[in-house]
Design a protein around this ligand. Sequence first.
Ligand SMILES: [Fe+2]
Ligand SMILES: [Fe+2]
Length: 194
Amino acid sequence: MLPIGPLMVEHRLIERMINILRIELKKIQEKNEVNPIFIDNIVDFIKIYADQTHHGKEEDILFRELKKKDLKPSHRKIMEELIEEHVFGRKITGELVEAKEKYTQGKKNLLTIIIEKINILVDFYPKHIEKEDKHFFIPVMIYFSKKEQDQMLLEGQTFDRKMIHRKYNTLVIEYENERELSRDKQDSDWINYI
Ligand SMILES: [Fe+2]
Ligand SMILES: [Fe+2]
């Protein structure tokens, strides 16, 4: 399998979630209210799956390796756009979280911001995915030998394997920090050895 194989499979799941988000958006607008738990789940999916797991493999493996190659200007331009788009996606998700938190604290007028941010996300993700699927992933494979492709695929599998540990490691650290609990350096480092 090519290293872009798993990335394209992940695109399909992200599209399915975006489809659900689009349907939910209509309900939010009709009822003029939002279920904060649904937003929490969507944000978790976007942050952990779409961003850290998926964009993480794109940036930390595929793009990192492409940066070492003598890319055609058109390919370099698309890669730079994709990196900027990842930053944009993170910014909008952060703003959605902020609006949802204020909404749950009673600021009901924040619903318009929640709707605005969801609208941006349902518009953004399909376009970003189409750019990668149709105009980038396949053409840039020419820069890699079979050995390099296999190495990236393997590195992607290791990256995925560590994600669940990173997620819950981060959760524990956040709760410890909130409670000003100390931890051994060893406890912070163990994640690097699994
Ligand atoms: Fe991407
Ligand atoms: Fe992608």
